[in-house]
Design a protein around this ligand. Structure first.
Ligand code: SAH
Length: 345
């Protein structure tokens, strides 16, 4: 028997064509599209404005693959982590981070990760596969529902800082963002979406050329090649000079300020020389720095720098007119913080 196709892999136009080919009206395609995306239907049965006969026809040709939240954990600080089961039984994780004024979804873009950052738990999983646009979209819908249920407000922001390197799954991430921002999808503003990358220069240039409207964050962690390569080995290929040029290009095209994510580790990047290199890097394009707390992934090699070292970073950056914030991590007790997503369950 021929395998049924995932209906959400079709564009609206392709759905319309399906109906025309089957002797029906093209606008049925729009109706079904709305059920699939805006109303996040899990089955054809719920599509009540579609005749039973047509629903049977759809059922015979397609499946609606849907993620399933297998397990939800809540941290003492309110953070929620979902273990999400995909149609082929692989698992990814997504996180809801509440604050007084907003709720942020942290979503995954790949199962595992193709990069090999030494300080990140997800890297140990290796990359198993890319997520499809609908699998990314569904994570957002699940978190939006939880946000309404537990915090009485819709989801306000999305960060692609879960498992995976979003720019290594570029097409699917962009398709998902299209759906998230489309009026027929969730209708969210792209300004509330941040794509975080380890820094893939070629893809940053491509995004700039396409004049995307979401925000860009880069996980920098060091502005000195040798050090960065030792903790993020792909830096040997995607060097800082290349990254820097791509970021200048990004800013020239988008006029959108870049956020650098940065962890300060004991004995790795905690000296004045390290801060000075960061200051110099920040001058190439308008940017700000988020100093994030290290979340131990129990190997003992990496340790959070002293608060004195972090304070030195803050004061030197500020003296140089660079906006810097110090981020406390959230959801540590349930392994939901940055770099801790690794399917322990
Ligand atoms: N691949 C993307 C997105 C996933 S990582 C990227 O690199 O940006 C999300 C963020 O968590 C990145 O800034 C990453 O450097 C950071 N991170 C990874 N492991 C961490 C850890 N153990 N503690 C704190 N932050 C970590």
């Amino acid at each position: 028997m021929e395998k049924k196709k995932d209906i959400r892999a079709l564009t609206k136009e392709q759905l319309r064509e399906f109906f025309v080919k089957n002797g029906d009206k093209a606008f049925r395609g729009n109706q079904v599209y709305e059920w699939l995306w805006q109303k996040a239907a899990h089955s054809f049965d719920v599509m009540t404005n579609i005749s039973k006969e047509t629903r049977d026809k759809l059922e015979a040709s397609f499946v609606i693959n849907h993620i399933k939240v297998d397990q939800m954990q809540r941290s003492s600080d309110g953070t929620i982590k979902n273990a999400v089961r995909l149609h082929d039984d692989l698992i990814v994780e997504s996180v809801l981070i509440p604050t007084k004024t907003r709720t942020t979804a942290c979503v995954s873009s790949q199962v595992g990760c193709s990069l090999d950052c030494k300080f990140c738990a997800t890297a140990r999983l290796k990359r198993m596969r890319n997520l499809n646009p609908d699998e990314i979209y569904d994570q957002v819908v699940a978190i939006d529902n939880e946000s309404r249920l537990y915090f009485d407000k819709p989801l306000s922001n999305i960060v692609f800082m879960g498992m995976g390197e979003p720019l290594m799954n570029y097409n699917n991430v962009l398709k998902a963002i299209d759906k998230i921002t489309a009026p027929e999808g969730l209708g969210m503003s792209p300004k509330r979406i941040t794509v975080s990358t380890s820094g893939v220069p070629k893809m940053i240039r491509k995004m700039a050329d396409e004049e995307v409207k979401f925000k860009l964050a880069v996980s920098l962690h060091s502005a000195i090649d040798d050090i960065r390569t030792s903790i993020m080995p792909f830096n040997a290929t995607f060097t800082l000079a290349d990254l820097r040029e791509s970021l200048q290009y990004w800013y020239a095209k988008t006029k959108s300020r870049i956020t650098y994510e940065y962890v300060v580790w004991d004995g790795i990047n905690d000296t004045k020389k390290d801060v000075d290199a960061l200051v110099a890097f920040c001058k190439f394009a308008p940017s700000k720095v988020n100093l994030i707390e290290y979340n131990p992934i129990d190997d003992g090699i990496f340790q959070q720098a002293t608060s004195k070292a972090v304070e030195m970073y803050v004061s030197v950056l500020e003296k140089n007119g660079i906006v810097v914030t110090v981020r406390r991590s959230r959801g540590k007790d349930i392994d939901a913080a940055c770099g801790q997503l690794a399917n322990k369950s």
